[in-house]
Design a protein around this ligand. Structure first.
Ligand code: SAM
Ligand code: DTB
Ligand code: SF4
Length: 345
């Protein structure tokens, strides 16, 4: 990626756009890698101030949306994502389980709704769903949607037609992350390219499903790589409606176990840069909260994070207990976002 090269489009294509000044849907100029790096390089207080200004223009800064995750198909994944406890080739103790039954999923979704979640995200450890499995997941989506929850799924790469099928079942969001900057991607995953991911994202968009796309930091990458991740996300046209920023949860047995931990302020900077460059997105403080102090989480909310995963488990790893999140929200004067306040309602 050359200095000052503009990045536009879900397909990740590059163009030199300075002459035509293409606009993102919020009307701001396209973000270059250098411009995002400039955000990361700001004094911390200036960065947070800018993030707050952008954040308060578009959202109630004391309201955070709650999504609950469920692994509907755990383990045994054929991919080699170096961070992931579910890859069959790593010995992490995560067993290869069968796809859950729709009844089981629906009863867990109902419980999540009762605890205050407004979105329910179903994850499967697949490279790509088989047709037979997609039909079962479509049933789950239909039933979860009928509970009055927003629906999200993350099932790996989608082939032509599959996104349309999920949309017909009532899927609101599809999560598929580009994970990291293009320069670092090959260090982390070899079994599918970042281009494969952009193609799935294009199919999701074309089917009219909202895009949930973000990445992971804390994998030993440079600040420049983190800035490139954010620039890539911010220059998707349109940028994702939902942007999960994960801090690597280190799991024994994965290649990334033992990598040097990211300075928490650098994590907060990543959140702030996402907020500034994607003003109307739901920026989710995602994996890694259990390992984070309350103070770091508070800084993330100040930096513009307005969504979290809520419930004591992510997919296979831990998340803070719902009760401790409720206490943290009380201490910070944060209210869970109500259904009627969700973007689009
Ligand atoms: N198998 C599907 C796929 O990869 O597209 C869906 C599930 S996958 C677990 C979803 C995302 O979770 C990954 O893209 C990655 O960003 C994040 N993730 C996985 N393991 C993680 C870890 N140990 N720490 C932080 N984030 C992680
Ligand atoms: C995302 O970006 N983060 C979530 C969700 N999308 C599916 C997953 C985090 C997984 C953390 C590791 C685990 O629990 O297995
Ligand atoms: Fe499989 Fe998804 Fe884990 Fe990669 S991140 S190994 S695709 S479950």
């Amino acid at each position: 990626m050359g200095v000052g090269v503009m990045m536009t489009g879900v397909a990740g294509s590059e163009n030199v756009a300075s002459a035509g000044k293409p606009l993102n849907r919020d009307g701001s100029a396209t973000w270059t890698l250098e411009a995002v790096l400039g955000l990361f390089d700001l004094p911390f207080a200036d960065l947070i101030f800018r993030a707050q200004q952008v954040y308060r223009k578009h959202f109630d800064a004391n309201s955070v949306q709650l999504s609950t995750l469920l692994s509907v198909k755990t383990g045994g994944c054929p991919e080699d994502c170096g961070y992931c406890p579910q890859a069959a080739r790593f010995h992490t103790g995560v067993e290869n389980e069968q796809l859950m039954s729709t009844d089981e999923v629906v009863s867990l979704a109902r419980a999540a709704k009762e605890r205050g979640a407004t979105r329910f995200c179903m994850g499967a450890a697949w490279r790509s769903p088989k047709q037979r499995d997609l039909e079962k997941v479509s049933d789950m989506v239909r039933e979860v949607k009928s509970l009055g929850l927003e629906t999200c799924a993350t099932l790996g790469m989608l082939q032509d037609g599959q996104a349309g099928q999920l949309k017909s079942a009532g899927l609101d969001y599809y999560n598929h992350n580009i994970d990291t900057g293009a320069d670092y991607y090959g260090e982390i995953i070899s079994t599918r390219t970042q281009q494969d991911r952009y193609e799935t994202l294009s199919r999701v968009r074309a089917a009219g499903i909202h895009v949930c796309c973000g990445g992971i930091v804390g994998m030993g990458e440079s600040r420049r790589t983190r800035a490139e991740l954010i620039a890539r996300l911010a220059t998707m046209d349109p940028y994702p409606e939902s942007v999960p920023i994960n801090n690597l949860v280190q799991v024994e047995g994965t290649p990334l176990h033992g990598v040097e931990k990211l300075d928490p302020f650098e994590f907060v900077r990543t959140i702030a840069s996402a907020r500034i460059s994607m003003p109307r997105a739901m920026v989710r403080l995602s994996a890694g909260r259990e390992q984070m102090s309350d103070e770091t989480q508070a800084l993330c909310f100040l930096a513009g994070a307005n969504s979290i995963f809520y419930g004591d488990k992510l997919l296979t790893t831990g998340n803070p207990q719902a009760e401790s999140d409720r206490q943290l929200f009380d201490r910070l004067g944060i209210a869970p976002m109500a259904v009627e306040d969700l973007p689009g309602n």
